[in-house]
Design a protein around this ligand. Structure first.
Ligand SMILES: *[C@@H]1O[C@H](CO)[C@@H](O)[C@H](O)[C@H]1NC(C)=O
Ligand SMILES: *[C@@H]1O[C@H](CO)[C@@H](O)[C@H](O)[C@H]1NC(C)=O
Ligand SMILES: *[C@@H]1O[C@H](CO)[C@@H](O)[C@H](O)[C@H]1NC(C)=O
Ligand SMILES: *[C@@H]1O[C@H](CO)[C@@H](O)[C@H](O)[C@H]1NC(C)=O
Length: 301
């Protein structure tokens, strides 16, 4: 009896230690937090540092890609931050386009190099997060590429045209962020993108100008895009049909009550007066509503 108990105890011990070591192995590279973002949590945006001569990405001695914070917004004095689950408009103005940044803009607009950014899919551990916000970081994903679990790529597709001495850039951007379904991975970012829209005419930009970006940020609770087409050519939905029928009924009701309550008594009155005065009314009497119908009702009464 005691022997059996002993064996059981040992088995449990073995089981426990293997569990523990498996756990430790998983936490080896930049431990992924198990807790996700909460609504309103700040998300840092970092972008690939690129050389200004060729637009190529910059790597450190170890060959790791170098990500630096998105440029500092004049509005906040900090690099761009997204808030988990919060849809809003954000203005982010770069105070002064210097020579190197202008050259980078030329690369982005001319599609020689994309403005490649990324955001942590889940909150980073506090120390890494601080670093990310303040000075960016080298690629912590050990070259796993852009489908790493730790970061979600956010490529900013800046549209514009290149002129001899200046650029035209569409500075209004939509930012779409997909969270993973809450039931599968709560508080986790699954996909992201940003692209120029032509809401306002493109901004003319030269060296020394400010660079006013306006972001419209939208969040989706899963990775499927809702159908957004309800305008001309969109499918007729049941609710649209019901709405049309109801408004037709309502306007008919208003017309009928107007006629019975206002127009009909007036006509009856003026009909009576006309008779008294012996003046037959001409075409004017039928103005608006059909003459025959109006008088016809009156005569029957
Ligand atoms: C980006 O790379 C350039 C060239 O190596 C370097 O001078 C610059 O400091 C880097 N930017 C940041 C913010 O680290
Ligand atoms: C952003 O800037 C535009 C143009 O300057 C302004 O109309 C808008 O109100 C600003 N939006 C926010 C959220 O500050
Ligand atoms: C940026 O902010 C500074 C100080 O708040 C202000 O003096 C400057 O005019 C701003 N620049 C732009 C382009 O808004
Ligand atoms: C995704 O989210 C939308 C709400 O934006 C919801 O209507 C839809 O049913 C969801 N799809 C799935 C597959 O959960």
């Amino acid at each position: 009896m005691l022997d059996r108990f002993n064996i059981l105890l040992r088995l449990l011990l073995v089981f426990y230690t293997t569990l523990a070591s498996a756990n430790a192995a998983q936490q080896e590279p930049l431990a992924l937090q198990t807790a996700g973002y909460k609504v309103g949590d700040k998300i840092p945006v970092t972008c690939l540092n690129r050389t200004i001569d060729t637009g190529e990405h910059i790597t450190d001695e170890a060959g790791q890609l170098s990500y630096i914070p998105f440029f500092t917004c004049n509005e906040t004095g900090r690099p761009l931050e997204l808030l988990f689950g919060i849809e809003k408009e954000i203005n982010c103005t770069l105070d002064f386009i210097d020579d190197p940044f202008f050259h980078l803009l030329e690369f982005y607009v001319h599609n020689d190099a994309p403005l490649t950014c990324r955001i942590p899919s889940k909150p980073l551990p506090p120390s890494a997060l601080k670093e990310e916000f303040e000075k960016g970081a080298v690629d912590k994903t050990d070259g796993q590429g852009s489908l790493s679990e730790i970061y979600t790529p956010l490529v900013v597709a800046l549209a514009g045209t290149l002129q001899r001495s200046h650029l035209h850039v569409a500075t209004n951007l939509n930012v779409l962020l997909h969270a993973a379904p809450k039931s599968i991975a709560p508080g986790t970012i699954a996909a992201a993108t940003a692209y120029s829209i032509s809401r306002d005419p493109p901004k003319r930009l030269a060296i020394g100008d400010s660079f006013p970006l306006q972001f419209s940020i939208r969040w989706y609770p899963n990775t499927s895009l809702p159908s957004g087409w309800t305008g001309v050519g969109g499918h007729l939905t049941f609710s649209t049909l019901v709405y049309c029928a109801l408004s037709a009924l309502a306007s008919a009701a208003i017309c009928v009550s107007y006629f019975r309550g206002v127009e009909l008594p007036r006509r009856l009155k003026s009909h009576g007066k006309d008779r008294l005065g012996g003046v037959e009314r001409g075409g004017l009497g039928g103005y608006g509503l059909s003459n025959g119908y109006g008088y016809g009702v009156g005569k029957h009464d």
